[in-house]
Design a protein around this ligand. Structure first.
Ligand code: GSH
Length: 213
């Protein structure tokens, strides 16, 4: 069975759990939590030298990390990817946008506000990320006012961007004025196989990473 290293709080891990849930792919999850430093531990770095979750152990023992690479690997022959090179490029375009313009502002502000007690030394960072995050949301909203999904049909780009958009209020972002995004969130959550972030999807969750490494 596939093994997923990560935790329920991580949006990057949630992307993989969402895709697998839509595709009906079973896995076991080994708890590795960024709030307690799990990804940078020596034990986890033996599994993923990049020191980040998610990471996936395939059934043949190979390890794959980086949420976008994992999404591609499991979606490549499904409807969440496309045989058309132009559409493939559009999917990648939104996924790269997520990694550079969306997640570093929106997910980071959520993390600061939820787990760092709004450290006053981070006020400037929160403010700068607020501007960058609102810009990223406005770019998504413009696209989603024109069409149902980020590309011509639902894809791993929607999964990648759903993960940190659906709970962006936790980072201080208000979706009140973003009608395109709000309708897209409802459409996404109505899909067969959708699972809320904190609902366990692992057949066999494991809490002891040391015993695994
Ligand atoms: N680009 C990576 C980012 C992964 C990432 O930042 N993961 C966080 C959890 S959401 C992490 O492992 N943080 C631990 C750390 O930075 O020490 C991906 O998309 O998978």
């Amino acid at each position: 069975m596939l093994t997923l290293y990560g935790n329920l709080e991580s949006g990057n891990v949630y992307k993989v759990r969402l895709l697998w849930s839509f595709l009906g792919i079973e896995h076991r999850r080994v708890e590795v939590n960024q709030v307690t430093g799990g990804p940078s531990s020596a034990a986890f770095r033996r599994i993923n030298p990049m020191g980040k979750v998610p990471a996936v152990k395939l059934v043949d023992g190979r390890i794959l990390s980086e949420s976008g690479a994992i999404l591609f690997y499991f979606a490549r022959s499904t409807g969440f990817w496309s045989p058309d090179p132009w559409v493939q490029a559009q999917i990648l375009r939104w996924m790269f946008f997520e990694q550079y313009s969306h997640e570093p502002a929106i997910a980071v502000n959520r993390y600061i506000r939820r787990f760092m007690n709004e450290d006053p030394g981070l006020a400037g960072k929160l403010e700068e990320n607020q501007k960058r995050g609102l810009f990223a949301l406005s770019v998504m909203d413009q696209q989603l006012l024109r069409q149902d999904w980020l590309t011509e049909s639902v894809s791993i780009a929607d999964i990648a961007l759903y993960a940190y958009t659906h709970n962006c209020n936790e980072g201080g972002f208000d979706l009140g004025g973003f009608n395109g995004i709000r309708r897209w969130l409802s459409r996404f959550e109505a899909m067969h196989g959708y699972v809320p972030q904190h609902e366990e999807t692992s057949a066999e969750p494991v809490s002891d990473l040391a015993a695994e490494a």
